[in-house]
Design a protein around this ligand. Structure first.
Ligand code: ADP
Ligand code: MG
Length: 607
């Protein structure tokens, strides 16, 4: 029988350090947060070897007295819980764990000046503590050398200098965004300058621009929402500005940087209809909530939080994002033209999708008209004819029509936001016009959006038709994916997909949705399985269905470069006008660009 022994203080600290101090970036996070808590406005961070051999943080904060300095490295010593109330936390630190943990696994020197006295404390691996007077003239400087020298096993887990360094930069960026009015200097290479703006929104914007560049500024939309005691401020970006990972999603709860699963899922759901799977929007959102409504004490590194009413928070986030994007789209003007064009060039290599069946609605082309001369170029009619491909039957008459400058139909024309189709370039770009605008419409992107919205409506509104497969398709999947997919079996059945377990690591697809016709079952199922695995339990049924539908839409009825008649083009435009989210394809690219008369005049140097 063993004898129960109390762990020594040093050992307890090292165990705690395993949780709080995982790598140099986490040391820096804790120390910079301490500086901010001490009201510092200027913080300098210096590291050597990715922080492994040396880290120093210098601040101009309020400093510590000799007594506080001595206490600061004791476990659970904190000046930040004056009322002992864990549910009323307004500062970063509150566990009183960081300095104790760090000084138990590294060599630490703290020099501090509280405007009355200056002291220096040295401690190595939690031992040999000494205190002596110091010459430091303001604030606090904390130096951490040989991190994990006292715990060699941990040392082995550190990554290359380069990757530790990028983790540090990421950490500092998040801190910099949450405190735009604090200057942070990293190794004299990266400087987040004090934005010096009175207005919080302005200073945040400035800071985000320092970090993300001009593209952020061009795509950002301010957020200012207050609902059910929850306040959300900051910026989201248009879906066209997106990234390959979630690193550029800066989320804060009561100014604390968080990487909370629930919130990230909320962002994903908010952008679901306008962004391709695997692409991530850029945003910086600050959620303010009554501190008693949120528990930040879930994880020692404190990037996760627990809301008392998690679903309410998530729903507000999702609906706010959706609403802002929808409003933005409604207001979209041709001033976006440059970034649109840029995006189109960038994405020109991506796959292009079209739908097979577009309902022709027999549009009347007598509408083709307008004051084309006013916006015409030095090109002759002849060269115009050459550049637009037109179905023969309507080619001549339509050109005659719009050259006649037939004013009488303008009002009719104006009633179509996407204008009247005049022709098509490369079987993909429809050229259309309203009385004062020229539009270029990406036919494939439009198709994709229409199909997606149609599928969504059908699948959510009524039971969809299933089509049994003559021979079930057997697909083998990794164990975890297989299980998560089978977990979602009922949901998939609602979407017209009947799957059964088959053998040990295979599933058999028995029925598929009739609406999809011929599609690549194996590829679709593999994508669905990957998604099912990703879903956290917090994802709502609606979100799940949406994800699945999107995956379907990507794999459906795709044919590039379909030649459309003018009737079909116009019919497509009219369908687009009736389709929600029609400004973007499912991949977050624009579906059309608009040139106003004003833009055209600028292009030709008339303005
Ligand atoms: P916590 O931040 O959770 O209180 P820490 O271990 O990080 O715990 O810090 C312990 C205490 O040391 C803090 O409560 C604070 O009083 C003091 N302290 C730490 N860093 C600084 C600093 N840069 N300036 C002034 N005081 C500090
Ligand atoms: Mg702290």
């Amino acid at each position: 029988m063993g004898i129960i022994k109390k762990l020594s203080e040093g050992l307890v600290n090292r165990i705690a350090a395993g949780e709080v101090v995982e790598k140099p970036a986490s040391v820096i996070k804790e120390l910079v947060e301490n500086s901010i808590d001490a009201n510092a406005t200027e913080i300098t961070v210096i590291t050597k070897d990715g922080g492994k051999t040396y880290i120093s943080i210098t601040d101009n904060g309020k400093g510590m007295s000799k007594e506080d300095l001595e206490l600061s490295i004791e476990r659970h010593a904190t000046s930040k819980l004056p009322n002992d109330d864990l549910f009323d936390i307004h500062t970063f630190g509150f566990r009183g764990e960081a300095l104790a943990s760090i000084s138990s696994v590294a060599k630490v020197r703290i020099s501090t000046n509280n405007k009355k006295e200056s002291w220096e404390l040295n401690i190595e691996g939690g031992k040999n503590k000494t205190i002596k007077p110091s010459a430091i003239t303001q604030g606090t400087k904390i130096e951490v050398s040989d991190l994990f020298f006292a715990t060699p096993a941990r040392l082995k887990f550190l990554k290359t200098d380069r990757s530790e360094n990028s983790a540090i930069i990421e950490t500092l960026q998040r801190l910099a965004i949450s405190h735009p009015n604090v200057s942070i200097n990293y190794n004299n290479k990266i400087k987040f300058l004090n934005t010096n703006k009175e207005n919080k929104e302005e200073s945040l914007k400035e800071r985000l621009k320092q970090i993300l560049g001009n593209e952020f500024e061009e795509s950002s939309i301010p957020v200012n929402i207050e609902k059910h005691g929850l306040k959300i401020t900051g910026f989201i970006c248009k879906p066209t500005y997106n990234k390959a990972n979630s690193l550029y999603q800066y989320l804060f709860v009561n100014d604390r940087p968080v990487k909370d699963k629930l919130l990230l899922a909320g962002v994903r759901a908010g952008y679901m209809d306008v962004l391709e799977r695997g692409r991530f929007p850029v945003l910086a959102l600050f959620i303010e909530i009554d501190p008693t409504e949120v528990d930040v004490n879930v994880h020692p590194a404190k990037t996760e939080v627990r809301f008392r009413d998690a679903n309410l928070v998530k729903n507000i986030l999702v609906s706010s994002i959706r609403q802002i994007i929808a409003e933005e789209e409604a207001n979209a003007t041709s001033s976006d033209i440059r970034s649109y064009l840029q995006k189109q060039v960038e994405s020109s290599n991506s796959e292009i999708n079209t739908v097979k069946n577009i309902n022709s609605e027999n549009h009347n082309f007598s509408q083709l008209s307008g004051d084309f001369k006013r916006i015409s170029s030095p090109l002759t009619n002849h060269s115009f004819k050459k550049s637009f491909s037109m179905p023969n039957s309507v080619q001549e008459s339509s050109f005659n029509n719009f050259n006649q400058n037939n004013e009488t139909n303008i009002s009719e024309e104006e009633s179509f936001p996407l204008g009247t189709a005049m022709g098509n370039i490369c079987n993909n770009y429809i050229i259309s016009k309203t009385s004062e605008e020229l539009l270029v419409i990406d036919q494939h992107a439009c198709h994709e959006r229409i199909v997606y919205e149609k599928l969504k409506k059908e699948m959510l509104n009524r039971e969809i038709k299933r089509q049994p497969l003559l021979i079930p398709e057997v697909i083998s999947l990794p164990q975890t994916q297989l299980e998560s997919l089978l977990d979602q079996k009922d949901e998939l059945y609602k979407l017209g997909l009947l799957i059964e377990k088959f053998g040990t690591n295979e599933i058999a697809v028995q029925e598929t949705p009739a609406i999809l016709g011929d599609f690549n079952i194996t590829k679709t199922i593999k994508d669905l399985a990957e998604e099912a695995e990703e879903f956290s339990r917090t994802e709502s049924l609606e979100d799940k269905l949406n994800h699945f539908i999107k995956t379907y839409a990507c794999h459906t009825s795709i044919r590039a470069g379909k030649k459309l008649s003018l009737e079909e083009m116009n019919s497509l435009l009219r369908q687009m006008e009736d389709t929600p989210n029609s400004g973007q394809c499912n991949h977050g690219r624009p579906t059309f660009v608009k040139l106003s008369l004003n833009d055209l005049e600028k292009l030709f140097g008339r303005k």
